[in-house]
Design a protein around this ligand. Structure first.
Ligand SMILES: [Fe+2]
Ligand SMILES: [Fe+2]
Length: 158
């Protein structure tokens, strides 16, 4: 049985997302629009948010962590909209001047958000989720696919 903590696994994903965005920014500096980097960042980040909202937050909420989870979901909404705006701005052809700033905005929103999840939310998840709930998270991280057209709670609620 894999007993790597959720904290360690989810932190690694935060780094993978940051790295993908930074690769895309580096491409812009070299005057290349590397769509595959933005695609990788988008897929990783949306799936990461899905794992949290579908598998990690519900059992924490059931344990009474209502306010902190609501804050996390609100921030997911902001992050999701920033990511949508970035993808729209990059489009398929010419890149708007706003793209580098949008990347910085996204990295900043993630830094603020991850700075709360890593010391507070994930350790709580490691402490409060049952072994089978944690296994479900690990299994999904290994091989799960997010439902098509899924959007995070705060975006889905308008
Ligand atoms: Fe999150
Ligand atoms: Fe996260």
């Amino acid at each position: 049985m894999d007993d790597t903590t959720l904290t360690a696994l989810m932190e690694r994903e935060h780094h993978d997302v940051d790295e993908a965005i930074e690769d895309f920014v580096q491409g812009l500096r070299e005057r290349h629009v590397r769509h595959q980097d933005l695609r990788r960042a988008t897929d990783l980040l949306q799936r990461h948010i899905y794992i949290e909202e579908a598998l990690i937050f519900p059992p924490l909420r059931a344990k009474g962590m209502l306010a902190p989870i609501l804050v996390m979901e609100r921030e997911h909404g902001e992050i999701w909209r920033t990511l949508d705006a970035l993808n729209l701005e990059v489009g398929s052809g010419t890149v708007a001047d706003s793209v580098p700033d949008r990347c910085r905005q996204l990295l900043h929103e993630l830094e603020v958000h991850n700075g709360k999840e890593e010391p507070i939310i994930y350790p709580q998840a490691d402490a409060a989720l049952t072994d089978s709930q944690k296994d479900a998270v690990r299994d999904f991280m290994r091989s799960g696919t997010m439902p098509t057209d899924w959007v995070c709670a705060q975006v889905g609620n308008g």
